[in-house]
Design a protein around this ligand. Sequence first.
Ligand code: CMP
Length: 694
Amino acid sequence: DLIRHGSDALLRMTLRKPPNLRSNDEIDFIYSELMHIKALAHLSTTIKRQLAGCILLESHNVGGTVLFNQGDEGTSWFIILKGSVNVVIYGKGIVCSLHEGDDFGKLALVNDAPRAASIILREPCHLLRVDKDDFNRILKDVEANTVRLKELGMDVLILEKIQQPFSKEQRGDKNAKSYRYSVMAGTAEKVLEYILDSRLDEANQHLQDTLLEDYLLTYIFFISTELLCQNLLMYYNSRARPSAGGEAAKNRMLLNRRHVVAFVMCWYEIDAEIMFQKAGVREFLKTLSDSVYADSSQYDLKTEVNTMESLTQACDGYYEEMAAAKLTVSSDSSKSEDLGRPIRPSDETIVKVFSGTVDPTYTAVRVSAETRAEVILKLATKKQPSSESGFVLVEIKSNGEYKLFKDEEMSVESNISVNGRLFCCTKDQLAHLNPLPEQQGPNEPSGKILETISSRELAYHSTMYDWSLFRNVHESELIHYVLGRQTGITNNLDRLVTRHSQISWWVATEICLTSSQGKRVHLIKKFIKAAQHCKEFKNLFGYMAITMGLANTAVTRLSQTFEKLPAKFKKLLKEFESFNEPSRNHRASRYLFSTINKAPVIPFIPLITKDITFAHEGNKTLLDDHLVNFDKMHMVADILRIVRFCKSEEMDLPIPPMEKPHEYNMAAYFRGLRVIDNQRRLMQLSFKKEQKKY
Ligand code: CMP
């Protein structure tokens, strides 16, 4: 003990020497002592030796000393050699204590952000200190890759150091390296705090970093909108402890307030429509706006007052518009107009709910997109004298299969297959329900209209309609799609997904309904060319849908027809096959997508829904039951960003000239494509056209 005590005293004495006066022996001695320090254990010997040349001792004799305040600029990194400190956060108080061997203060240095907490000594302390310049020179690149922050004894934030993508100014400089701590996991509240602390300073705006955007794109996974708003207000109002330094504390308050407003502005920019739709957001904006206004007498918040004013106005405008123009969407797609805007939760539509096992009749009910299945069921069965209990809402598909709806599901109307119909019945009746004759689809091909238009016109009109559906799909619908239909509406995405199969069925239907072999050959050539045009228009969605239709076995088995196809077309068909090859995770399709670097694009929607399902099912949302797994959120956000990128420019194709003059309403034709979506029926038709070859 005596020896230990002696060497501690000797170390302190040596460390007090200014670095430039330290002899080699002294540096060796410091180095050998640094070997025993927990906070440095992960560093290499070279780094420790470099540190020995510059590390300083800072001794404090009085407990209660404030080492630095939350919001201060970070100038050093510290290791506790002896003693202990409290970590204090405005509005929370002491969140944890750190002891001998622990370190603190590198967040501000690595992130170039203000101090995330105040540090107050609990007793007299000996601290080791590395100043910013030395830290940057020796440690910034090699410093620990993960940092765990605790509050009340629990991990609340796990950070991972990542290399920042270079900003434009830095790109020329080969040595410029910029690191930052990004979030691996954390509680929803702490991550929000961390973002508000470190990602909203104007000085940091040039840094390319997606943390804030990722949070806004994915928060529905882990926090309710109400709670998010509450936390923002809490952060906004968190006060400095009265004892905390006057100027610094006041400055911190000002920054907190500015950061909350900047955060809300980013939220609005990500998607105003979806933000305003959320319950409680309107009240939140009003409350925040009032607070900012009230505070502007004390703080410099002029810009923020204006921002909040325009946000509340935009929100009011949204509600006024919604009340005035509640839309009725026709469930018959051939009649429904292009809304020019996404379907909203309150938009209404009339749905037919059939009942009865022989000669079913229907009840028409008026429902909104967010009406839940149980409510539709109630509305539909009310008129029936029999008891309500035991009724279920189902979709009967054209092939006779059925799909049950769960009570809490929304977007029922859009979640039906192409020729599917809604039925309500008792559980006993389920097995006896039959599709309606109208579900079988057309008996005649489209004929003249398809014969008249060129493949380019076909691709053009189809693309314009696909685009009108795609641009209305909101990213959050993809999240509801994987989280479950009780979490939010998915009407716009549903329509697009249904559209994909509708196009595929349509291609197969038209071919199988066409009697003359010559006309079939002609039609197949037209579809192949149209698929090529879709690709050229960067409508990968249409390209995939058409090629999938051509790959339907009812089509591919028509070998005599295919024999008549010119070699050039056969070659194209071969190429298509590789795209419909699901092996190796659709590598061909992904490759094609990766070659496109300019929007607008209509992406391969089935791949996007598949990827997001994979990201969701393969990764837990919560780690240890309370930390949001941000790796997953980054992954999901990356997929959502693909969708954003695809939509970032308006589709503006020149109208192709008519090959033969005609007066068909092409737009209406493509909206209302009539198809057979029953594979068995298609096969029967196909067999009628060509018998099996023996
Ligand atoms: P920095 O932001 O530079 O300064 C305050 C330091 O407190 C911070 O780095 C962390 O190293 C440390 N700290 C420890 N626990 C927490 C916590 N729960 N929240 C924020 N900072 C913490």
